[in-house]
Design a protein around this ligand. Structure first.
Ligand code: MN
Length: 291
């Protein structure tokens, strides 16, 4: 019932040529329903090539990105906010042209370590900008999802409760989703399963990542708790596997996320393992319910 996808960084660090086409084929071969395209650089996407490959392989597409210090819509500086809005509009356009319907990630703040708490004027800017952007996205057939990330990657939203409160303030006439990620929840949430339950129907996108962002099941995330909670709230949205290694370098992403270690070298094997792991966890959660 959930569509299961995989983040593009398992396959490639660039999307301007044949790498994207190969990534689509690998996504299909590893048994995934969709590819989550890293959209930090909307201009660096070979849109026509990619759309053709997606259609031919019957692979769906979503996208995610993190804003930067130059495009931070939570900045008190109006000109930076305007650059961020333009960047997100461009990303919405690319995703629309690819046929995608979900834009997720750190789209409310820069994705970086801040050295001070968020500025209230900046927070107001982000809420105002997202209200407008959600409407634009909606007209393009796209829903925005705000990714709850750990304290070293944003100072705006670090917990599920904060995301729900933030969205209430945005008060958008069209729905935006909360995007949860097990890697970040493992750092910030006391009881990740409870966080999932409290976000409930607000969750629109979900990242499955291990505590060190490597092979699923080799870290400290309590997978039984996560998948049982998703089952309890009857979550039916997209689930994307996310993993990073120094084996695949993305000029925009790797340094921001602190990907210094080689946690795997074979994307194919990692992807197949994760697909099986997710299926097994979902089945176990369903069985736990009837026992
Ligand atoms: Mn994530």
């Amino acid at each position: 019932m959930n569509r299961i996808g995989i983040h593009g960084s398992v396959w490639s660090g660039r999307w301007d040529g044949e790498e994207g086409v190969r990534a689509v084929h690998r996504t299909a071969e590893a048994g995934y329903d969709f590819l989550e395209l890293p959209l930090s650089d909307p201009k660096g996407i070979a849109v026509e090539n990619l759309r053709h490959a997606l259609e031919k392989s019957h692979v769906g597409v979503t996208a995610s990105l993190g804003l930067t210090a130059e495009t931070d819509i939570s900045s008190p500086d109006e000109s930076i906010v305007q650059r961020g809005i333009a960047h997100l509009e461009e990303a919405i356009g690319v995703l629309r042209d690819l046929g995608g319907q979900d834009l997720a990630g750190v789209i409310f703040s820069a994705m970086r370590k801040y050295t001070a708490p968020a500025d209230p004027r900046g927070i107001a800017h982000a809420k105002e900008a997202l209200r407008v952007l959600a409407g634009q996205a909606h007209r393009a057939g796209i829903r925005l999802h705000l990714e709850v990330v750990n304290r070293y990657e944003s100072n705006v939203i670090n917990t599920g409760d904060q995301a729900v409160a933030f969205l209430q303030d945005v008060a958008s006439p069209v729905p935006l989703g909360v995007h949860l990620d097990t890697y970040h929840m493992n750092i910030e949430e006391g009881i990740p399963g409870r966080a999932i339950e409290r976000c409930g129907g607000n969750i629109g996108y979900f990242h499955v990542g291990e505590s060190h962002r490597g092979y699923l099941g080799t870290g400290t995330v309590n997978w039984g708790e996560i998948f049982r909670a998703l089952r309890r709230i009857d979550y039916r949205g997209p689930i994307a596997f996310e993993s990073f290694s120094s084996a695949v370098v993305d000029a925009n992403l790797s340094n921001t996320l602190g990907v210094w270690r080689n946690l795997w070298s074979e994307g194919e094997n990692l992807a197949r393992h994760a697909r099986g792991f997710i299926a097994a966890q979902m089945e176990a959660a369903a069985r736990a319910e009837v026992n």
